[in-house]
Design a protein around this ligand. Structure first.
Ligand SMILES: [Zn+2]
Length: 67
């Protein structure tokens, strides 16, 4: 029963973004209730956050390093 230990680096990264970067880079709105969405195609993870005020989208794409 140690599910929390199976947390992947990607989930930790998502948590980091959830805490650190929910402020819109366009209008400065802080989306306190927002979250990053993630999509993956197996080799990359695409995170994005859409500002509820101005609809700007902040994105991060992270390459997975699976050989
Ligand atoms: Zn905005």
């Amino acid at each position: 029963m140690s599910e929390e230990k199976s947390r992947s680096p990607l989930e930790r990264l998502k948590q980091y973004y959830d805490h650190e970067e929910l402020t819109c880079s366009e209008c400065g709105y802080e989306d306190a209730d927002g979250e990053w969405h993630s999509e993956t195609d197996g080799s990359r993870v695409h995170y994005y956050h859409e500002c509820p005020r101005c609809d700007a989208v902040d994105e991060h794409t992270i390459r997975l390093s699976n050989e």
